[in-house]
Design a protein around this ligand. Structure first.
Ligand SMILES: NC(=O)c1ccc[n+]([C@@H]2O[C@H](COP(=O)([O-])OP(=O)(O)OC[C@H]3O[C@@H](n4cnc5c(N)ncnc54)[C@H](OP(=O)(O)O)[C@@H]3O)[C@@H](O)[C@H]2O)c1
Length: 285
């Protein structure tokens, strides 16, 4: 049973053709559009943050996004919608370690809409689940996790040569694709996106972070839009625990401040669902 009220659209400056949403999603979310992006994938991010900017409580058993959103159903709706539209979902290894049971598919978000998400993907001509992409430099990845073992999603690990050696020493099954980029340490997002697009031709690429990977996307201007859920809780911080915000490992302001442009605001109770676009290096080429 769908126990969700429609989101209220308070502002919408969306451009582009409306995607063929099934009636249930159209009623709950309203139209979903992406601006034209000829010859290249459109890269979007999805995050949830508290009012005080915390994206992970960093408490064992409570480190994931659910504790940030309050396991909010509208947040799950939007997460599912974005996964349903994505050809690939990219996450950093830290996000996998914090939420080891996850598969990055729409059906694992707001479950009463699982069939609806599936029919939306079919209408988009995307019968396969999105490629689940894990990014790791070190390659210390637990290959016994469901994302690698369930057989429900195609998986790609993008890593360094050393990371690939580390992963191959676990004798991964041939269904896990491993692509090494010849650099040591942090991989450039541009090279990650190239590998992903080679493995799976993409119209829309979604990243669900985490903060370190998101910092790299923003630093290289490889993010077209951010879908940001603002959850009405104040999580707090103290000197003992580091509680990350949307970005870790990168400083932008004041010298290289990254400013977004507001594209839409939706409201579900006291949660806000914001959409911001960013200047993209790829769009400018
Ligand atoms: N609230 C939200 O919406 C949300 C969304 C996502 C994540 N989170 C939370 O954020 C926390 C994780 O934070 P995090 O910053 O550690 O997340 P992360 O960015 O997912 O993971 C960092 C790790 O990913 C790999 N990585 C990231 N960028 C890379 C690059 N450019 N090249 C090579 N490897 C790269 C590295 O893995 P190796 O160490 O293996 O080399 C790095 O240590 C978790 O608690 C998670 O639940 C919250």
């Amino acid at each position: 049973m769908i126990d969700l009220t429609p989101l209220d659209t308070l502002y919408d400056a969306g451009r582009g053709e409306a995607l063929p949403l099934p009636i249930e999603l159209a009623q709950l979310y309203g139209p979903l559009r992406f601006p034209p992006h000829p010859q290249r994938p459109y890269v979007i991010g999805n995050f949830v943050t508290t009012l005080d900017g915390v994206v992970s409580l960093q408490v064992a058993g409570h480190a994931g996004g659910g504790d940030i959103s309050g396991f909010n159903l509208h947040d799950q709706l939007v997460m599912g919608l974005l996964r349903a539209v994505a050809d690939a979902v990219i996450v950093g290894a830290g996000t996998l370690r914090a939420s080891p049971q996850i598969l990055w598919i729409a059906e694992q978000t707001y479950r009463p809409l699982a069939d609806v998400y599936r029919s939306f993907r079919a209408a988009l001509g995307k019968p396969q689940p999105p490629l689940n992409v894990i990014v790791t430099a070190r390659g210390e990845i637990d290959l016994s996790l469901p994302v690698f073992q369930s057989g429900l999603v195609p998986v790609l690990i993008v890593t360094t040569a050393e990371g690939a050696r580390q992963i191959r020493s676990q004798h991964p099954s041939s269904t896990i694709q491993i692509e090494a980029i010849e650099t040591a340490g942090s991989l450039s997002v541009r090279s990650i996106l190239e590998v992903v697009s080679r493995v799976r031709p993409c119209e829309v690429i979604l990243t669900e972070g985490g903060p370190r990977l998101m910092g790299d996307f923003l630093a290289e201007k490889q993010l077209d839009e951010l879908f940001l859920t603002l959850a009405p809780q104040i999580a707090g911080r103290d000197d003992a625990t580091e509680r990350p915000g949307l970005v870790a490992g990168k400083i932008f302001a004041p010298q290289q401040a990254v400013w977004g442009t507001l594209k839409s605001i939706k409201q579900g109770g006291s949660h806000l669902f914001l959409r911001y676009s960013f200047e993209s290096a790829t769009a400018a080429e």
